[in-house]
Design a protein around this ligand. Structure first.
Ligand code: NAD
Ligand code: TDX
Length: 366
């Protein structure tokens, strides 16, 4: 028998869940999370995935799990803004925990078209909170997945802590900040058992190629321009996606309710250094590639409006209370990620061509 870990709920006490509602489980982190907890031999419950399947939701991210865990995995194509249908799922599936990933997640899209960000990230979260309040008798925990971007930008020094004042710069981060405040308000006002995590930039398998790392990998493989915003000196803290999933799972099992936990990689990198590292790994993977050296594809392009300069995370609260630290280094994580995109040509082609969207339309309608 696996010895129980000492944790913030007291020695040997771990929350156990039978039916977890994962929102946004067909997206990048949500799908990795479902994969991660099904691999936890101590979890024997069911996962109920509610996802609207926007452009960012791809059922192919978890198609192998549907077959492998078909008696423990359930999928509903639903919008978190739909109170009636999500309420029915919570009731019928006897949901006892919510892990809320569903969101519009791309900063550039939020600058171009903020509407969906307000609807999903704010109204959608509000809707879920109202439903959790209504079904308070059965919900043991509402975990809200958020971002370090709510804190705004750091200068050259310092780290975001859980008490850093919120100062979001983009419609995306403002919508996530609003959702965090709503979650905190539901804990304070209604005593809803919530936890919140604010994580830095993730990378890894199944990430949609609009975000920096997969975009650069796929453009480089295709011999296309590698766009670097501004002077490339903006800094992000990077975390391999399964490390994020592990942190969220630890918080769900043993984090203190009403608390926020920062999650990060202690891995600050300038964007230009990230891009150069990807180029250099690709040069080594295939020394005869006609696009070598890939660095020649780099182009400095117009900067993102309101571009935050630097993010860096102090996650000592999570480390001290729950013993979590990242397992992957940037080197091991990036190697794995690049290898995954090089090997998974079918997934890549179907995403690039939009074939996966046609499949969704065929199976679920528009
Ligand atoms: P993603 O864009 O890859 O996936 C989002 C998922 O949510 C998709 O499957 C999409 O179909 C679904 N969705 C969108 N609107 C919906 C709605 N109205 N109803 C139901 N489902 C809906 O995003 P991601 O990168 O996996 O991020 C997941 C969460 O983690 C988000 O809340 C994001 O803010 C947070 N986060 C992301 C990062 C990162 O680096 N990607 C870092 C920190 C926090
Ligand atoms: O083509 C690009 N060129 C470029 O220089 C893109 C897409 C990005 N960038 C820069 C902008 C950022 O400084 O790279 C950095 C990373 O950009 P993104 O991958 O778009 O991520 P970011 O804006 O930092 O936000 C991400 O991390 C926090 C996720 O998209 C969010 O969902 C998460 O909350």
């Amino acid at each position: 028998m696996v010895p129980l870990k000492k944790n913030s709920l007291g020695v040997g006490t771990m929350r156990q869940f039978n039916n977890i509602l994962v929102t946004g489980g067909c997206g990048f982190i949500g799908s990795n999370f479902i994969r991660f907890i099904f691999e936890d031999s101590e979890f024997s419950g069911r996962i109920i995935n509610a996802d609207k399947l926007t452009y960012a939701g791809n059922p192919e991210n978890i198609e192998d799990l549907e077959n492998k865990f078909n008696h423990r995995y359930f999928f509903f194509r639903e919008d978190i803004c739909n109170k009636k249908t999500i309420g029915d799922i919570i009731k019928k599936m006897k949901i006892d925990a919510v892990c809320h990933f569903a969101a519009e997640s791309h900063v550039d899209r939020s600058i171009a078209e903020p509407d969906a960000f307000i609807k999903t990230n704010i109204n959608g979260t509000f809707n879920l909170l109202e439903l959790a309040r209504k079904h308070r008798d059965q919900i043991k925990l509402f975990h809200h997945v958020s971002t370090d971007e709510v804190y705004g930008s750091l200068g050259e020094t310092g780290l975001f802590t859980e008490t850093t004042p919120y100062c979001p710069s983009s419609p995306y981060s403002a919508s996530k900040a609003a959702s965090d405040h709503l979650v905190q308000a539901y804990a304070a006002t209604y005593g809803l058992p919530v936890t919140i995590s604010n994580c830095s930039n993730n990378y890894g398998p199944y990430q949609f190629p609009e975000k920096l790392i997969p975009l650069i990998i796929l453009n480089a493989l295709g011999g296309k321009c590698l766009p670097v915003y501004g002077d490339g000196k903006n800094i992000r803290d990077w975390l391999y996606v399964t490390d994020h999933c592990c942190a969220v799972w630890e918080i769900m099992k043993a984090g203190r309710t009403g608390e926020t936990y920062n999650i990060g990689g202690r891995c600050e990198k300038k964007n230009i250094d990230v891009v150069n590292t990807i180029c250099s790994i690709l040069n080594d993977i295939d020394p005869d590639d006609k696009n070598n050296p890939h660095e020649k594809l780099i182009e400095f392009v117009k900067d993102r409006p309101g571009h935050d300069l630097r993010y860096a995370i102090d996650f000592s609260k999570l480390e001290n209370e729950l013993g979590w630290t990242p397992e992957e280094t940037f080197e091991t994580g990036l190697e794995k990620t690049i290898r995954w995109y090089v090997d998974n040509t079918r997934w890549v082609e179907r995403v690039k061509s939009g074939e996966y969207l046609k499949w969704v339309e065929m199976h679920y309608g528009k």
